[in-house]
Ligand binder design. Structure first.
Ligand code: EPU
Length: 416
């Protein structure tokens, strides 16, 4: 079994370049099969979630070619086959294939998707969208058979601005007959990325990035090109590493507007952070003030940065609070931070963090992707050695994280 071993206390200097957004790329790849021609997606991150999606594409009969971070997808000859449970449960984003196949073939058979174990993750809003668009859904033992004689545009009102349901509704509605309006849509930049890709194919989508998306169905979709936007969560994670251990650490290939919720909080804490046009420079800050944070959909504070942020709040003088409003069980990192010397209490969905508390290296676990990022940050700032197990979770979502951190001076390595 592979572990990550970190010797803490080393300053981070130089530049870390952020890769393409995981949560953009994992939707763009399934979206590609809607095209009747060949498409190219650039800036694909090198993470294992992408491998799982490519496995599904190839299983369906698509031709997939990689050239560095560029992927060329020819799905002209794909077949609408049932995707085995063993593949679809590897990751959450497999359910984008549900929507894309339903949109293209008007029928799909697939299992409930996988994803990090961070609490219940229902897909009722996605299923509601499918049914509003005219589909019949039969569920048996986690297996969904979804079909329609015709996909017909409709008004879809989402009960909550779900990222997954918004993208799924988009993917299914793009070739529907007539107009679809998604109300209370999620506004994440990754959704705009997907809509741009589809529009480049000839789709007619307006309003992506706002809470009202309008889609006028088209019959054909041509070849197209898109670049995955920079990963705002990866950027945020390295910015936090910089607040803990940076010495003018530069995070390059960033869209600062996409992570304003984080940078505004860090400024409020008194962190040393300089924002340029497409990069951010951060240095270790010793006197941090406590803050209160509530996770929300974009443009609010992202839940995906909540666990990494907790480490920085351990360094602030006084009590900070985090209210997690998106997931019911995204605090599994806390027990390990406390083991390292933190003083954090969980009260229902609120964390109360008393700082500053120095951290000491320990054996800890990466219980899920962002918990793993949290443990890496804790290891970088802790005294002594931290050993992290279950690192597959981290490698699912962070491109070359070990190499990127080593290159700026971290003492981190993978041990077999
Ligand atoms: N929800 C429902 N019903 C639904 C959909 C959502 O009740 O039909 C509730 C659930 O509580 C769910 C929460 O809303 O847990 C958030 O769901 P959402 O659909 O917004 O999230 P997602 O599409 O499942 C994506 C990212 C997550 C990220 C969230 C929120 C992907 C593949 N995943 O998940 O990323 O946390 O949006 O921004 O894009 C991660 O990268 O670590 C990660 C978990």
């Amino acid at each position: 079994m592979r572990n990550l071993v970190i010797e803490g206390g080393h300053l981070l200097e130089g530049t870390i370049t952020v890769g393409g957004a995981k949560n953009g790329a994992v939707a763009l790849i399934p979206a590609a099969l809607l095209s009747d021609e060949i498409v190219t997606i650039d800036n694909i991150p090198n993470i294992s979630d992408i491998d799982a999606l490519v496995e599904i594409l190839e299983y369906l009969g698509a031709k997939v070619q990689f050239e560095g971070n560029k992927i060329r997808i020819d799905s002209r000859n794909i077949q609408n086959k049932e995707i085995p449970e063993s593949i679809s449960t590897k990751l959450r984003a497999s359910y984008y294939f549900m929507a894309a196949l339903l949109g293209k073939f008007k029928k799909v058979v697939m299992y409930f998707p996988g994803g990090c174990n961070i609490g219940k993750r229902p897909i009722d809003q996605t299923l509601k969208a499918f049914s509003e668009l005219g589909a019949t859904i039969i569920e048996e033992d986690n297996k969904y058979t979804i079909f329609a004689e015709e996909i017909v545009g409709n008004n879809i009102y989402l009960d909550m601005p779900s990222v997954g349901a918004t993208i799924n509704a988009l993917l299914t509605a793009v070739k529907a007959k007539g107009r679809t309006i998604i109300e209370n849509a999620a506004k994440e930049p990754e959704i705009v990325n997907v809509a741009t890709f589809l529009n480049n194919m000839g789709a007619k989508i307006t309003g992506a990035g706002t809470s009202r998306i309008i889609i006028d169905g088209v019959t054909n979709l041509k070849g197209s090109y898109i670049e995955v936007i920079p990963d705002r969560i990866e950027a945020g994670t390295y910015i936090l590493a910089g607040v803990l251990m940076g010495n003018n650490l530069k995070i390059a290939n960033v869209i600062p507007r996409h992570i304003e919720a984080l940078t505004m909080k860090l400024k409020q804490m008194g962190a040393s952070i300089k924002i340029n046009k497409d990069s951010i420079i951060v240095s270790k800050t010793n006197q941090l003030k406590p803050v209160s944070i509530k996770t929300l959909g974009y443009p609010g504070f992202p839940t995906d940065l909540q666990q990494p942020m907790t480490v920085v709040l351990c360094m602030a003088s006084g009590q900070s609070k985090i209210e997690e409003t998106i997931y019911e069980n995204r605090f599994q990192n806390v027990v390990y931070l406390n083991k390292m010397g933190a003083s954090i209490k969980i009260e229902k969905n609120v964390l109360k963090i008393n700082g500053p508390t120095p951290l000491l290296g320990q054996d800890v676990e990466s219980t899920d992707l962002r918990a793993g990022a949290c443990m890496i940050l804790a290891g970088l700032v802790a005294k002594g050695k931290t050993r992290i197990t279950k690192i597959e979770h981290i490698l699912r979502g962070y491109e070359n994280i070990v190499e990127k951190l080593q290159a700026v001076g971290a003492k981190i390595e993978i041990k077999e």
